[in-house]
Design a protein around this ligand. Sequence first.
Ligand code: FEO
Length: 398
Amino acid sequence: MHTRLFDDIDWVGYVDYPIRDFHSYDTERGATYNAYLVRDAKTALIDTVKAPFADHLLRNVAELTDLAAVDYIVCNHAEPDHASALPRIVEALPQAKVVCDRRCRDTLAAYHDVASWQFELVKTGDRISLGRRTLDFVETPMVHWPESMVTYVPEDKLLFSMDAFGQHYATSQRFDDELFLPTIMYEAKKYYANIVTPWGKQVWATLEKAAHLPLSMIAPAHGVIWRTHLKTILDAYAGWAAGRMKPKVLVIYDTMWESTAQLADAITEGATQPGVEVMPMHVRRTSLTRLATEALDCATMALGSATLNRGMMPAAAAALNYLEGLRPVGKAAMAFGSYGWGKGAPEAIDRWIDEMPWEKLRGPLRCQYRPTPALLEEGRAAGRLLAQKAKELADGAG
Ligand code: FEO
């Protein structure tokens, strides 16, 4: 199975329809591991796939060329979803050199026995002529691993962008103009939010490099290939990397006996204002992947939990732990929650907000056992404050 991008440049990857858990990322639409074959006087395979799908990749390559005729395997990224098939692929392509940067070679050597592999190490500015076509290499450290790089074919203005601009989206179609664009963009946003968010500055630097490249097609390592909506995805990345926010409020919470849920309802009611999007998210009914996706472009958050064993409920703690790792910047937040005979959760969330690169909007909103009418009114007022702040941050962002 292969799909033509240009004459003698084909997609030869693998579509993983059934996968639903990609190292905890909720891949509700499956995933693809994209690899590409560039045939010329010399032939290059750009990236590989997960180890279990190595033979699928080899069959796709063999439909197009003699395996012994492949001269190069470009490894843009050593993460196992793209490189764990390499031992099998290197064995099956006896003439091929593995082309990567020094850090990638070291990472591959940590994962695999590479003693018998032939490497050709490259760095930014290096190029390999295949004949009529050229491969230019640009290192993109921390987008999103230290050894990441992208490969550019100037003759076709084609960028093999590795994880950047990718989406976990398993489909039989390969191009952005063959599917419903808002779905592709949601999956691209989800990918950025869950994989790329911590590296916004590095993404920005990469985008600046890409801005100097004429582009007719961006072929990422996951999901559909951008050949029509390049401006849409590039603009979206610029906005996400700049931390651009919408007038959007998240109310993220867990509840035990519905008291924290009542506070969440009051905050949601207060935040429901014209021009503001409000999303209450019960953390045991919302995947962490979805939560992070919505957090990417929200401006303000209320974070709540009932108290369990003097702290947060486990799912609330997991949500905060996940957000802490992704570390989206520039938000404003507040804590809320309930307790019985011993305090704990709202205070812990309040302290957690202090450690984030965020503004704290107010002290924790707390109730003992059941919220009183006065406390629910305070919750509605807090919601209005979150909405107002969300508008201000969205107006002032990027
Ligand atoms: Fe798709 Fe970072 O691997």
